[in-house]
Design a protein. Structure first.
Lengths: 175, 817
């Protein structure tokens, strides 16, 4: 069965005709042309298709498009103005060498973006440890980098978001 | 990262390296932004033709069965379905894919009358979209008559099980024993013979992006145009064209600029190109798109095969390794899909590892199982060889009462022996292996950690240290796989040798430089490195260099060895770009000399200008020279070609076809690495924790330290995955049990430690920039180093593989029970 729904993505409202069973990942990629959401497993493990739904990082391959009507969706295209500078997280990924093939990158960025926003929203945020960052990212697979540069990029930006100086070593054994 | 001064630089290399304005520096990648913003185009993002229909593949549910019928009538009636095609429908468009091993093992991309592995394609459903194609695929009914399955390499050696292929007497597709020197005499003299057996399960590197193909055919000319995330080698393009019965020039193969990882696996995309081309022809030229899903990938894409190894190593009383006898059994699955059985022979020139050993015997068997055909996976034969060889060395050290590092030191090829020819014909081109080992031991504090591990064990903790010394071959000699056939058979066939890479380079009228090659990058930032190489040679900013590294066989340049495999990029692709850019620089100097009134040798190219060496104030912008070469060819001096463009191909010398004694220099260049690690096994859970990991790597000259480190760490993560988690498991009927990422466990961020990397640079005397490959070394070393550390921690000689918590728990509690 097909129905007409309104999806709010990156601040823009789209009206789209979808089958009830249309995956959100397919709808974003193929109906709305937001190709930056990558599909890696379609069973909710690899994290490549991660988007944010009302701020929460979710797997768009485990949701139907019709389920998210009325909610605010953020994809990688919504992290930074396409004509403007990169989001600080994207910039940190670039500086730290945190991507190789880049297929998993949007998923990691959106997972980390949630953490950054949460830290900024807290009155007295505690900068996360490297171990906490690694656990946070454990739901996203990367087969190219060995994770080290991704962890360093996210740790740096999370430390900034918590109002601390990322160049100061924390209690963790940092490089 | 630390880059040390060269340890052993052949004198003649000292002045020949690049000046280093751009190379060897941590310049940021030039190709990141589209990936970071999500705008990069991958194969699933392409829609090159109108009317693209989507494909779902109906796959065999049994490992071995006669295919008596495929009922498609119901599926054809379903909404949106444009066609359902079976093997019989496609037979007239397909010939078996050629194999180097035997014509008695016909391999087609779709089954005809028998299925031989779970996931083998049996029908193709074409529909308006993938959802409808999958609906209809479920309505296709198969009539199958089950046959006994051969689910493992052990089973393949069982002569009572029926052969998978009617033309073969059993499931051993090839059985060769190759001898070098006098191993029997050496074993007779030995004071100690160590004998050990190893079994490594199937695994797969699982790029995050699965396989994808878009294809159309021209119903009149028969031309095929295909986009795919294929990674080469382009010898397989020729194989694919043969299977379609068309000349290779009629198979126009293209790859997008971006591929979501491959690690070897996407060499196996080519049978899908053949299948889609045949389907498109059957449907009057309809453009088709197929995207593999993850379940299909884990079940039926490709794999590193199961390997059974038996090693016998003969030692003198002083611990000199006198001779090796290896018995290697490699499972290639149900068919010998090209380039297999190359997994078995890729490491053949390095069977003696990093050690000086004159006497060698290797029995090499290729066996068929009812499982998906195998293929390239990072390390490609290396992890298999070194687990067996380096575990054997550690066992020998224990029996000889020696520190494993000391046993290695006594046997490593010494620098004075370089270039060193191995018993089986490998030509190790440069390096100081003992110095790399010594540096690694010092940086790791091997002696201290070894003593502390012993002390921890005395207190009941299961702590151990492990070592692996690995020679890492790169740039495959296209002829080595012919070792699978005996010399008398090879003599009747055209020889294959060497490895060719080509680039096309042009300076446009505005001074922009364009470089085209066919290195099909999958994340290694080839465009960045090639831009730096060209910038270095031409004295321009790398951002002025446009690189197109995606393949387009209609444009090229390409050769049968083109592609992204055997860690060949830094040595031959960057090398060919360097030589081409140097030739273009020569043209620019001649042009500038005319303007500046001097000899070309007096012209220096820097900062986008040609300057007089003795008077840098006198200069001419390169863009003016470029403009003249395009707009005013009448003014060009002798020796300058109009248009400032050239195509250049490079073939590293000294890579002949295997000789009559089965000696083959299987790769152009050889790096060396020494990995050391410290682990602890949790007595209660069997969990393995990597406490420290150090890799000291000599890959010749490092073109880009950050990208090089990325390759070492990425390779290590895959080595750790292979060693600790990953296995494609099967039940006794050959049903795959690891068909989701919940069952096939890849390491995640908490499981991969922050490893330390040190680069030592002893440039290759053979490659234009002195660079060697480095993408696979740590994938080869990590399983061996970790298994050695676990053996030390548990104080056992036999360790399970992979080193899963359950398997380790059984060792701990079995030993204690």
């Amino acid at each position: 069965m097909t129905r007409s729904i309104e999806l709010r993505v990156n601040g823009t409202t789209h009206r789209v005709e979808v089958e009830d069973r249309r995956l959100l990942s397919d709808c974003l990629r193929h109906d709305l042309g937001l190709r930056g959401t990558r599909v890696g497993c379609e069973h909710g493990v690899c994290g490549a298709c991660t988007v944010r739904l009302d701020g929460q990082a979710v797997r768009s391959c485990l949701l139907f498009a019709v389920q998210v009507e009325g909610q605010e969706i953020q994809t990688v295209e919504g992290l930074a103005d396409p004509e403007g500078p990169l989001h600080p997280l994207q910039e940190a990924f670039h500086r730290h060498g945190a991507l190789q093939c880049g297929y998993c990158t949007p998923g990691f960025l959106l997972t980390a973006a949630q953490l950054l926003d949460e830290l900024r929203a807290e009155p007295n945020p505690e900068p996360p440890s490297e171990e906490e960052i690694r656990v946070l990212l454990a739901g996203n697979l990367c087969r190219c980098t060995g994770y080290g540069p991704i962890v360093r990029a996210v740790l740096e930006q999370a430390t900034c978001a918590a109002g601390a100086d990322p160049t100061e070593p924390s209690g963790e054994d940092r490089r | 990262m630390t880059t040390l001064p060269p340890v052993s630089v052949p004198e003649e290399r000292l002045d020949e390296g690049p000046p280093g304005r751009w190379l060897g520096r941590p310049t940021p990648r030039l190709d990141d932004e589209p990936l970071l913003r999500g705008s990069a185009w991958f194969v699933d993002d392409l829609a090159p033709w109108p009317g693209l229909a989507e494909v779902a593949i109906v796959r065999a549910p049994l490992a071995h069965a006669r295919l008596l019928g495929v009922e498609t009538a119901a599926a054809r009636q379903m909404p949106g379905v444009l066609g359902v095609l079976t093997g019989s429908d496609l037979e007239r468009f397909l010939r078996p894919l050629p194999s180097v091993l035997s014509e008695a093992i016909p391999y087609r991309p779709i089954a005809l009358d028998r299925v031989r592995y779970v996931g083998e394609p049996v029908a193709v459903v074409v529909a308006t979209d993938r959802y409808r194609a999958e609906d209809a695929a479920e309505a296709v009914e198969l009539d199958l008559d089950p046959l006994p399955a051969v689910p493992s390499a052990h089973a393949a050696l069982d002569p009572t099980l029926p052969p998978l292929h009617e033309g073969l007497p059993n499931n051993v597709a090839s059985d060769r024993t190759l001898r070098y020197g006098d191993p029997d005499a050496a074993f007779a003299q030995a004071e100690l013979v160590v004998r050990a057996r190893f079994q490594q399960p199937r695994s797969i590197c699982t790029p995050l992006e699965c396989f994808g193909v878009l294809c159309r055919t021209d119903p009149v000319s028969g031309d095929v145009e295909a986009w795919s995330n294929f990674q080469g080698p382009f010898s397989l393009q020729v194989v694919a064209a043969q299977a379609l019965g068309i000349p290779p020039a009629k198979l126009h193969l293209r790859t997008p600029e971006h591929s979501g990882g491959s690690f070897g696996t996407k060499a196996a995309v080519y049978p899908l190109v053949v299948l889609l081309a045949a389907c498109s022809r059957a449907l009057g030229g309809r453009p088709l798109k197929y995207l593999e899903d993850r379940r299909e990938h884990l079940m039926a894409a490709t794999a590193a095969g199961e390997r059974l190894s038996e090693v016998q190593a003969a030692f003198s009383a002083e611990g000199r390794l006198l001779a090796l006898r290896l018995d290697l059994v490699d499972d290639v699955g149900a068919y010998v899909r090209a380039p297999e059985p190359a997994t078995l022979y890729r490491m053949h020139p390095c069977l003696t590892g990093a050690y000086q050993v004159a006497h060698l015997e290797a029995r090499c068997r290729v066996v068929l199982t009812n499982r998906c055909p195998t293929g390239l996976n990072r390390g490609y034969g290396g992890p298999q060889l070194y687990l067996a060889l380096e575990r054997t060395m550690a066992i020998a050290a224990r029996r000889l009462g020696l520190d494993p590092a000391e046993l290695a030191r006594r046997n490593l090829v010494p620098p004075a022996a370089m270039p060193y020819t191995t018993a089986s014909g490998g030509r190790y081109d440069s390096g100081d292996y003992p110095a790399v080992l010594a540096l690694a031991l010092e940086r790791f504090d091997w002696a201290g950690k070894r003593a502390r591990a012993r002390a921890a064990r005395a207190e009941g903790r299961l702590v151990g240290v492990g070592l692996a010394c690995v020679v890492e071959p790169s740039v495959s000699n296209m002829g080595y796989v012919d070792l699978a056939s005996p010399p008398e058979v090879r003599a009747r066939r055209p020889a294959k040798s060497g490895n060719v890479e080509g680039v096309s380079l042009a300076m446009l009228p505005d001074g922009t430089v364009q470089l085209r090659t066919t290195t099909t990058p999958q994340g290694q930032a080839h465009a960045t490195v090639l831009a730096l190489v060209v910038a270095e040679a031409l004295g321009v900013d790398p951002r002025q260099v446009q690189v197109r590294a995606g393949a387009d066989t209609a444009v090229g340049p390409w050769s049968i060895s083109s592609g992204n495999y055997s860690s060949r990029f830094a040595a031959v692709a960057a090398g060919a770009a360097w030589q081409a850019a140097s030739a273009l620089a020569d043209q620019l100097r001649r042009l500038a000399a005319q303007d500046l009134g001097c000899h070309p040798e007096q012209v220096l190219l820097a900062d986008g200008h040609a300057r007089l060496v003795d008077d840098p104030e006198r200069d001419v912008p390169l863009r003016r020279l470029a403009g003249r070469a395009h707009w005013d060819p009448a003014s060009l001096p002798p020796g300058v070609r109009p248009g400032l463009s050239l195509t250049h191909h490079l073939a590293i010398p000294d890579l002949p076809a295997p000789d009559a004694q089965d000696r083959a220099n299987g790769s152009a260049t050889y790096g060396f690495l020494c990995d050391l690690c410290e682990v602890e096994v949790d007595r209660g859970t069997g969990r393995l924790e990597i406490l420290d990991y150090l890799s000291v790597h000599d890959a010749g000259r490092i073109l880009h330290p950050v990208l090089a480190e990325g390759q070492v760490h990425g390779g290590l993560a895959q080595g750790i995955g292979m060693a600790c988690f990953e296995q494609l498991a099967f039940d006794p009927d050959g049903q795959p049990l690891s068909t989701t990422f919940l069952d096939y466990l890849c390491p995640t961020a908490p499981e991969v430690p922050e490893a330390r990397t040190v680069f030592v640079e002893s440039p290759s005397p053979l490659t234009p920039l002195g660079a060697k490959g480095l993408g696979e070394g740590t994938t080869m070393s990590a399983p061996a180093a970790l298994a050695n550390a676990v053996a030390d921690a548990l104080e056992v000689e036999e360790v399970p593989f992979p080193l899963t918590p359950e398997a380790l728990w059984r060792v701990v509690h079995g030993a204690e029970g």
